[in-house]
Every structure is written in structure tokens, then in C-alpha cells.
Design a protein around this ligand. Structure first.
Ligand code: MN
Length: 130
């Protein structure tokens, strides 16, 4: 069975554990704690989707998203913003910055996250299923 790979970029270990608990039964996960580490890892092995915290040390999620969109091999990756900055108006800002979707922390309803991810992942072709 082909599983999709999701890169989780999140500096908070508790949040990484939570995301892991919510997603590990459905997806293969690669975790990164910083933006620099993430960009190196994404270039080495591009995932199917990136779940990207905004508030990261040194290089924030907005900058990471810009780097992804500027990289020919990565620019088509779906990126979901994962952020505590759930202020009105931010959603538009994130979408304009190149994010495809936006999930506010704390994640109260896990379906919000699962639906955002599922909507962005193209279906696996039938002939590779199984
Ligand atoms: Mn953070």
C-alpha cells in the first residue's frame, strides 16, 4: 500500500507529538524542528505535502514557504500553515504567501487538519494501489 509522505516542520516537541499521533496511522511522516533543517531535508527527499509551523526560530514559516515556492523541484508541493496566529486577516496573508491552506493551533478538531491534508493530496492512481 502506497502511503503519502508528509513533512512536519514544527519547533515545539509537544506539537510534533500531537501531529504525529493524529497522522501516523494514515501517512508516513518526516519531522523537522527548524526551517533550515526542513529545506535541506525537503530538497533531499521531497514529500507529498508540507505541514509548516509559522513561528520557528531563525527562519520563520513564511520564509520557508517562500524558499519552497522559489525552488523548481519543490514549488508544486502543497503547504499547510500550522499556526497559533489565528488572528482575523492572517488567513489571507498566509494564502498570499504561497500556503495552500491554514490550520490554527491549538488543533481542537482533528478533522480540520485531516480534511485540509486530504483535500490537497491528489488521489493515488488506482493501478498503484494495493
Ligand atoms: Mn513554533
Amino acid at each position: 500500500m502506497t502511503r503519502r509522505m508528509i513533512a512536519v516542520v514544527e519547533d515545539n516537541a509537544d506539537n510534533r507529538l500531537l501531529v504525529q499521533a493524529l497522522l501516523e496511522d494514515l501517512y508516513d511522516l518526516t519531522e523537522y524542528a527548524t526551517g533550515i533543517e526542513a529545506l535541506n531535508g525537503l530538497r533531499d527527499s521531497p514529500p507529498d505535502l508540507v505541514l509548516l509551523d509559522i513561528s520557528l526560530p531563525e527562519m520563520d514559516g513564511m520564509a520557508v514557504a517562500r524558499e519552497i515556492r522559489a525552488d523548481a523541484r519543490l514549488r508544486h508541493l502543497p503547504i499547510v500553515a500550522l499556526t497559533a496566529h489565528a488572528m482575523s486577516g492572517d488567513r489571507e496573508k498566509f494564502l498570499q504567501a504561497g500556503f495552500d491552506s491554514y490550520v490554527a493551533k491549538p488543533i481542537i478538531d482533528e478533522n480540520t487538519l485531516l480534511d485540509s491534508i486530504a483535500r490537497l493530496l491528489a488521489p493515488i492512481p488506482a493501478n498503484t494501489r494495493g
